[in-house]
Design a protein around this ligand. Structure first.
Ligand code: SF4
Length: 347
C-alpha cells in the first residue's frame, strides 16, 4: 500500500525517506514541494532527479481529494465538494473576509452528534477523515486560488465533530503549523467543538490552536434539547474545562451561539449567558439560525436578535452578530451535507 505523505509528520517522513535509502535532506525537500509549492504530481519537483521522482511515485500517494463541484455564492463565498478515494463526499467552504480568506474544513464524513440545528447531523456518520484528507482540503483549495497566500485562517467548523476524530485532526494540525509544513500560525487555526470535555482538556495541553465552543444554550434543559452531547457533558463540566483551558497565546475562547426563535433567543437566555461565562476571556458570535428544509426551527426577527446582543454588551461582553455567508449555496453554518446533486459550475 502506498504511503500518504500528507498524513506523515516531519519525523515520520524522515524515517520513511531513510527506509527508501534516500538522503535525509530529501524529507524537508519533499515536504516543501507538497505543503508550500502544493504539487499534485511528483513530476513537478524540478530539483529532484527523474529516478527519485519515479521511486516516490511508486511508493507514495499525493492526491486524496477529487474536486467534484465548486459553487460560488452571490457574496463570493465558495463551496467545494470533494470526493474521497472510497466514493464518499465532503464539503469545504472558502469565506472571503475584508483582506484575507478563511477556510472552513471538515473532519468527518457525517457526524454522530445529532445537533438539532445542523444538517450534517441529520445524515448520520460514515467515517473519520484521515490527517491527509483533512490537510488536502487546504492544499486543493489553495491550488485553485489566484493568491493562495491570502488564505490565512483555518477553522475546523465544517462537517463533523473534530474532537471525535482527535488523532486525525491533531495529525493534520501538526502539519498545518509545522515550519516545514504549511507554516500557519497556531493563532490562525481554530477548532470548534460541540463540547467533548475530556478532549477539550487534552487539546489544551497538546496543541496551541484557538478554541471555539458551540454553546447555543445557557441552561442544561435547552442544551439537552438542542445538543445531545450535553447529556454526557453538561454545561458545568464544559465551562469548567473552558476555565482550565490554557489561554496564554490564544487570548480568548470564542463561544458560538445560534439564535433560534422561541428556543434560546429571549433576553433571559442572554442574562444566563452572562452568568455562565462570567470571569472567562471570551468573544461571543451570535449567529441567526439559517432556515432550511429538513430542520423544523426558525430564525428570530432582527428586533429580538438586537435585544439579545444588547443584554450581552451591556454586561461588557463582546458579542458580534455574524451574518452567515454562502446561504444561497447552502454553505452557511450548519448547512453542509456533502450533497452531490449538480447545481452550479460543474468541473
Ligand atoms: S453542529 Fe457539528 S457537532 Fe453538531 S451535528 Fe453538526 S457537525 Fe456534528
Amino acid at each position: 500500500m502506498k504511503v500518504d505523505l500528507k498524513g506523515l509528520n516531519a519525523a515520520d517522513t524522515e524515517a520513511w525517506i531513510k527506509e527508501l535509502g534516500l538522503e535525509r535532506y530529501r524529507a524537508r525537500q519533499i515536504r516543501h514541494w507538497i505543503f508550500i509549492r502544493l504539487i499534485s504530481d511528483f513530476k513537478e519537483m524540478t530539483n529532484v532527479s527523474a529516478k527519485v521522482k519515479e521511486l516516490l511515485a511508486e511508493k507514495a500517494n499525493l492526491n486524496h481529494l477529487k474536486t467534484v463541484k465548486v459553487q460560488e455564492s452571490k457574496d463570493t463565498t465558495k463551496k467545494f465538494l470533494f470526493r474521497l478515494h472510497d466514493g464518499q463526499h465532503i464539503e469545504t467552504v472558502l469565506i472571503p473576509e475584508k483582506d484575507h480568506f478563511t477556510l472552513c474544513i471538515s473532519s468527518q464524513v457525517g457526524c454522530t452528534m445529532g445537533c438539532r440545528f445542523c444538517l450534517t447531523g441529520t445524515q448520520g456518520f460514515t467515517r473519520n477523515l484521515t490527517s491527509a484528507e483533512i490537510i488536502d482540503q487546504i492544499v486543493q483549495v489553495k491550488r485553485s486560488m489566484e493568491a493562495p497566500e491570502l488564505l490565512t485562517n483555518i477553522v475546523f467548523m465544517g462537517m463533523g465533530e473534530p474532537l471525535a476524530n482527535y488523532l486525525g485532526v491533531t495529525g493534520a494540525i501538526e502539519n498545518l503549523i509545522a515550519s516545514d509544513g504549511m507554516n500557519y500560525s497556531h493563532r490562525r487555526v481554530t477548532l470548534s467543538t460541540c463540547g467533548i470535555v475530556p478532549m477539550i482538556r487534552r487539546l489544551g495541553t497538546e496543541t496551541k490552536v484557538s478554541l471555539a465552543i458551540s454553546l447555543n444554550a445557557a441552561d442544561d434543559k435547552t442544551r439537552d434539547f438542542l445538543m445531545p452531547v450535553n447529556k454526557t457533558y453538561n454545561l458545568k463540566s464544559l465551562i469548567s474545562a473552558c476555565r482550565d483551558f490554557p489561554l496564554a497565546n490564544r487570548k480568548m475562547i470564542t463561544f458560538e451561539y445560534i439564535l433560534i426563535k422561541g428556543v434560546n433567543d429571549r433576553p433571559e437566555d442572554a442574562k444566563k449567558i452572562t452568568r455562565l461565562l462570567s470571569g472567562l476571556r471570551v468573544k461571543i458570535n451570535l449567529i441567526p439560525f439559517n432556515e432550511c428544509p429538513g430542520l423544523d426551527l426558525k430564525t428570530p426577527d432582527m428586533e429580538s436578535i438586537l435585544a439579545f446582543q444588547e443584554v450581552l454588551t451591556n454586561n461588557k461582553f463582546t458579542a458580534i452578530i455574524r451574518k452567515s455567508k454562502g446561504r444561497d449555496i447552502s454553505a452557511a453554518c450548519g448547512q453542509l451535507r456533502g450533497e452531490t446533486t449538480p447545481k452550479i459550475n460543474l468541473l
